[in-house]
Design a protein around this ligand. Structure first.
Ligand code: FMN
Length: 384
C-alpha cells in the first residue's frame, strides 16, 4: 500500500476500512454541505510570503493553549461516536494526543466514557459538554468531568437543535449499527474493523447509558438523545455552568463578532470560532473567513481559537497568522483513527507537525509564537 503522506491519504484508507455509515457520518455536512466545503476552500485562497536567507536553525512549534503547554497549537476537537470509527477510538486518540503533547477533547456523545478515557491517560484531557434538558444529568456530567480531573470544559453553543445531514438519514445511522442485511454486508467486507469491535464492550454512548434517567436500552437511547438537546439554552446558562465547573471554560461555536463580545463578557477563558465543521447551519461562512473580524472584536480580551477545514499544517499556520492562539482538528484525526487506530492518529498529527514546521521555516520564522499577519501574502495595490 502507498504510504500516507497527507491527511487526504488517511481519508482514503479510512474510507476503505470504516463501515460506510460511520465514514459518512464523519465526511458530511448539513444540507447542501456548502459550509462544509467552504471551510476547506477558503483556506486554499490564503497565500504565504516566501522569505529567503533567514537562519532556520533551532525552530520550535511549542506554544500554549489556555495556559497549557502544547507541543504544537493543535487540539483534537470533540467528535461524537469516535469509538465507531475504530474500537475504543476515544481511548486510543486520547493516548495518541497525550504522547504527542496536544490536548484531547472528549465529546458528551462519545462511545468511551469519561472514566474510560481517564483510566488510560495520565495527563488531564478536556471535556466537551452538550447541555441537555435533563439538568440533573448535566450537573452529573460536570461533576464526573471534575472527578476525572479534566483541565477544561468545552461548552458547545451551536447545537441547540440538530442540523440535518442527509447521509446519516439515508444510512440509518445508529450506534451500534442495526443488523440489517445491507449493514451486515457492509461490515463483512471490513473484517479488521469487525474483529476490533468484537473485542470491546464499548459500542454505545458511554457517557449516557447508565447515567441518564430512563435510558436503559438502545431503543430508548435513540429517542432520548434526539429529544434531549436543550432548545432554550441561553447566555444565562453559561453562568451557572461556569460556577458549577469552577475551572477553565472554553465556549465553542462562535461565528459572529456580536456573539463573540457576549462570549467574552461571560469571563470564559477562550472561544472557538467554529461552525461545527459545516454540520449545523449550512450557508454560514467558513470559520477562517470570519476569524479576523472576531479577533478584531475580542482578541484583546479572550483567547481566540478556530476549527473547521484544517487539513494540513499549512492551514494551522494560516489560522495562527490571522490571530488564532490555537486550532482544533476534527476529521483529520478521525480519518487517522479509522485508517490505523492509535498509530493513525499519531500519523495524522505527525503529518500536520511536519507541514507546519517546514512552512514556518520557508516563511522565514523559527518560532511558532512569532507567527503573525506579516507571513501572509498581500498583492501590492495596482497603480494606473
Ligand atoms: C463526526 C463528527 C462528530 C462531531 N461531534 C461533535 C460533538 O459531539 N461535539 C461538538 O462540540 N462538536 C462535534 N463536532 C464538531 C467538531 O468538534 C469540530 O467543530 C469540527 O469537526 C471541526 O471541523 P473539521 O472536522 O473540518 O476539523 C463533530 C464533528 C465531526 C466531524
Amino acid at each position: 500500500m502507498k504510504p500516507s503522506l497527507e491527511i487526504a491519504d488517511l481519508k482514503e484508507v479510512a474510507r476503505r476500512r470504516v463501515p460506510r455509515m460511520f465514514f459518512d457520518y464523519a465526511d458530511s455536512g448539513a444540507w447542501t454541505e456548502s459550509t462544509y466545503r467552504a471551510n476547506e476552500e477558503d483556506f486554499a485562497k490564503i497565500k504565504f510570503r516566501q522569505r529567503v536567507l533567514v537562519d532556520m536553525t533551532n525552530r520550535s512549534l511549542e506554544s500554549t493553549m489556555i495556559g497549557e503547554k502544547v507541543s504544537m497549537p493543535v487540539a483534537l476537537a470533540p467528535t461524537g461516536l469516535t469509538g465507531m470509527q475504530h474500537a475504543d477510538g476515544e481511548m486510543l486518540a486520547a493516548q495518541a494526543a497525550e504522547e504527542f503533547g496536544v490536548p484531547f477533547t472528549l465529546s458528551t456523545m462519545s462511545i468511551c466514557s469519561i472514566e474510560d478515557v481517564a483510566s488510560v491517560t495520565k495527563k488531564p484531557f478536556w471535556f466537551q459538554l452538550y447541555v441537555m434538558r435533563d439538568k440533573d444529568f448535566v450537573l452529573n456530567l460536570i461533576d464526573r468531568a471534575k472527578a476525572a480531573k479534566c483541565s477544561a470544559l468545552v461548552l458547545t453553543l451551536d447545537l441547540q437543535i440538530l442540523g440535518q445531514r442527509h447521509k446519516d438519514i439515508r444510512n440509518g445511522l445508529s450506534a451500534p449499527p442495526k443488523l440489517t442485511l445491507l449493514n451486515m454486508l457492509d461490515m463483512a467486507i471490513r473484517p479488521r474493523w469487525c474483529f476490533a469491535m468484537l473485542g470491546t464492550k464499548r459500542r454505545t454512548f458511554g457517557n449516557i447509558v447508565g447515567h441518564a434517567k430512563g435510558v436503559g436500552d438502545m431503543s430508548s437511547l435513540s429517542s432520548w438523545t434526539a429529544e434531549q438537546f436543550d432548545p432554550q439554552l441561553s447566555w444565562k446558562d453559561v453562568e451557572w455552568i461556569k460556577q458549577r465547573w469552577g475551572g477553565k471554560l472554553i465556549l465553542k461555536g462562535i461565528l459572529d463578532a456580536e456573539d463573540a463580545r457576549l462570549a467574552a463578557a461571560t469571563g470564559a477563558d477562550a472561544i472557538i470560532v467554529s461552525n461545527h465543521g459545516g454540520r449545523q447551519l449550512d450557508g454560514a461562512p467558513s470559520s477562517i473567513s470570519v476569524l479576523p473580524e472576531i479577533v478584531e472584536a475580542v482578541g484583546d480580551r479572550i483567547e481566540v481559537h478556530v476549527d473547521g477545514g484544517i487539513r494540513s499544517g499549512q492551514d494551522v499556520l494560516k489560522a495562527l497568522c490571522l490571530g488564532a492562539k490555537g486550532t482544533h482538528i476534527g476529521r483529520p484525526f478521525l480519518y487517522g483513527l479509522g485508517a490505523g487506530g492509535k498509530d493513525g492518529v499519531t500519523l495524522a498529527l505527525s503529518i500536520i507537525r511536519k507541514e507546519l514546521d517546514v512552512t514556518l521555516a520557508l516563511c522565514g520564522k523559527r518560532l511558532i509564537t512569532d507567527a503573525g499577519p506579516e507571513l501572509l501574502y498581500k498583492p501590492a495595490a495596482k497603480t494606473e
